[in-house]
Design a protein around this ligand. Structure first.
Ligand SMILES: CC(C)(COP(=O)(O)OP(=O)(O)OC[C@H]1O[C@@H](n2cnc3c(N)ncnc32)[C@H](O)[C@@H]1OP(=O)(O)O)[C@@H](O)C(=O)NCCC(=O)NCCS
Length: 183
């Protein structure tokens, strides 16, 4: 999860932006193991659904603001996908950015708690990497909180390696790790 410094930090939500819905506690029913998912592009048409899902994924107060999502889903350099259930409800998302230094930057990935460990994040990240490759990007990078072991295991399983520690990268003073992969 990247901290996007040119926007509001993830932990900041103004009263104007505070969600009007009630954030659902993580008690959603776990779908059957053979549930079917589709992978589709993620666009600004899904802005609110994605923003709400992000708040369920990042319960440590690090959710992106709605403005940040609006930027990410409209920027021409953005490459974004979602996984949906058969009723089209979003189960997960990934957002990548083509950076000026010609690297592919995976800024965030989130899977609803009830859909985890089904290889959905793996599929989403592989799809973004394919899109990077089609644009002649040969290096993908991302940042992950040093304490987020599950995400680090996911990235390592996909071939990413830690190349740098980023002291106090996160707004609460937590360190980040820079992970990269030749694609
Ligand atoms: C991290 C996250 C995206 C993983 O999504 P997911 O769809 O469950 O991941 P996958 O099913 O593709 O996992 C692939 C592999 O990653 C590793 N992994 C994923 N979650 C793990 C966990 N909780 N514990 C240990 N290993 C884990 C495993 O090796 C797994 O393979 P396996 O299930 O065969 O053992 C999801 O837990 C999430 O949304 N977390 C909250 C948001 C977040 O931290 N995002 C990343 C910010 S940098």
């Amino acid at each position: 999860m990247a901290v996007l410094k040119k926007f509001r930090p993830r932990w900041w939500l103004s009263s104007r932006q505070a969600p009007t819905h009630t954030i659902q506690p993580n008690i959603a029913l776990v779908p059957p193991v053979n549930a079917r998912y589709d992978l589709r592009p993620l666009t600004v048409a899904q802005l609110d659904e994605c923003w709400h899902l992000d708040q369920r994924c990042f319960v440590d107060g690090e959710a992106y603001s709605r403005d940040t999502f609006e930027y990410l889903l409209t920027a021409p350099e953005s490459i974004s996908y979602r996984v949906v259930m058969q009723n089209s409800a979003m189960a997960g998302f990934v957002i990548g950015l083509m950076e000026p230094d010609h690297t592919g930057h995976i800024t965030t990935v989130g899977i609803a708690p009830e859909h985890r460990r089904r290889r959905l994040a793996s599929c989403l990240i592989k799809r973004v990497e394919d899109a990077f490759r089609r644009r002649d990007v040969r290096l993908a990078r991302l940042e992950v909180r040093s304490t987020n072991i599950s995400a680090q295991k996911l990235y390592m399983s996909l071939g990413y390696s830690v190349t740098q520690r980023l002291p106090k990268y996160y707004s609460n003073g937590g360190d980040g790790l820079l992970m990269v992969k030749a694609i």
